[in-house]
Design a protein around this ligand. Structure first.
Ligand SMILES: *Cc1c(COP(=O)(O)O)cnc(C)c1O
Length: 322
């Protein structure tokens, strides 16, 4: 990967212009209880309140906005059972592009319905016997569709970076920033924005304790692959970082931390009862890590990206009641 293939902060600002009027400028929320608890000044960037319920709308809309007329006419294909599927389906509908989404047969009915509700055509596969990437590539080839991956794509990374751009424009420089980490689209985009707008800010990625491939990759200096981790943070069950995302993370991110499922549940409960925010388990990663790091955050200005809020209510209640 040469540096010229990697997106830069200029790509993040270009993405912000494409997203203007289409994505929500999500609120930045503060809480005196949190500030007292951490002994810091904490700013939550609430992407759980983004369109379709997660920051992924930013990257998908940015990527689809850059299609040529030929690409628009032929359509887009994506493979995902989660927020990326809904982000691509909604962006495609807004831009008048046909969307095909490859999902596992056993994907939650609510997620299938949401994707179809946005006008996406769902193609099912068997996650135990079939390779979704292969299916996606076959569809792309056969029908001339453009494949948009969930994180390892310069336009996706640039789009995801617009959330932290907005955050820092609103708060001014921060001392530390905590960002949930799956395949690294959100973290690498956030790091591009932070390096440009707050060069001294420490940038931390946070992944589930059960799946710390990113942490291992950063320490070893190469992408480490793991089995699909067992965790309630289903938005961060990725097995490895991308080529583009890892190159940026290695260069611009200070460290990668982890949070346990129990810590995520505690944060979910706190944010629901005290801050009136419904946050999915993956969306709690940043706050959970900041709480664990409180000793080193005293007196600092801290940013936390709340990445998404898509969790079925019965599941939400089950996790909090258990
Ligand atoms: C996809 C997702 C993540 C992880 O983002 P990456 O770009 O894959 O690192 C975190 N939180 C939520 C809610 C997500 O949907």
């Amino acid at each position: 990967m040469t540096a010229t293939e990697l997106p830069t902060y200029a790509d993040v600002t270009a993405a912000a212009q494409r997203l203007a009027g289409h994505a929500h400028r999500t609120p930045v929320i503060t809480s005196r209880t949190v500030d007292e608890d951490l002994g810091a000044q904490v700013f939550f960037k609430c992407e759980n309140l983004q369109r379709m319920g997660a920051f992924k709308f930013r990257g998908a809309f940015n990527a689809l906005s850059r299609f040529t007329p030929e690409q628009r006419a032929a359509g887009v294909v994506a493979f995902s059972s989660g927020n990326h599927a809904q982000a691509v389906a909604l962006s495609a509908r807004l831009l008048g592009i046909p969307a095909t989404i490859v999902m596992p047969k056993d994907a939650p009915a609510a997620k299938v319905a949401a994707t179809q509700g946005y006008g996406g055509q769902v193609v099912f596969y068997d996650r135990y016997t079939e390779d979704r990437e292969q299916i996606g590539r076959d569809l792309a080839q056969r029908h001339g569709l453009t494949l948009i991956p969930p994180y390892d794509h310069p336009d996706v990374i640039a789009g995801q970076g617009t959330a932290v751009k907005e955050l820092l424009e609103e708060t001014g420089p921060l001392d530390a920033l905590f960002v949930p980490l799956g395949g690294g689209g959100l973290l690498s985009g956030s790091a591009l924005a932070a390096r440009a707008l707050a060069p001294d800010c420490k940038v931390y990625g946070v992944e589930p304790e059960a799946g710390n491939d990113g942490q291992q990759s950063l320490r070893r200096g190469e992408i480490v692959r793991i089995d699909t981790p067992k965790t309630i943070a289903d938005g961060a069950q990725t097995q490895y970082l991308g080529q583009h995302t890892f190159a940026i993370i290695r260069r611009d991110v200070d460290d990668i931390l982890t949070a346990s499922d129990a810590e995520l549940v505690e944060c979910m409960g706190f944010m629901a009862s005290r801050m009136k925010l419904v946050v999915e388990p993956t969306g709690c990663l940043g706050y959970a890590a900041a709480r664990a790091q409180r000793e080193s955050l005293r007196g600092l200005r801290v940013g936390i990206v709340v990445s998404g809020g898509n969790v079925d209510l019965p599941r939400f209640c089950e996790l909090l009641g258990g």
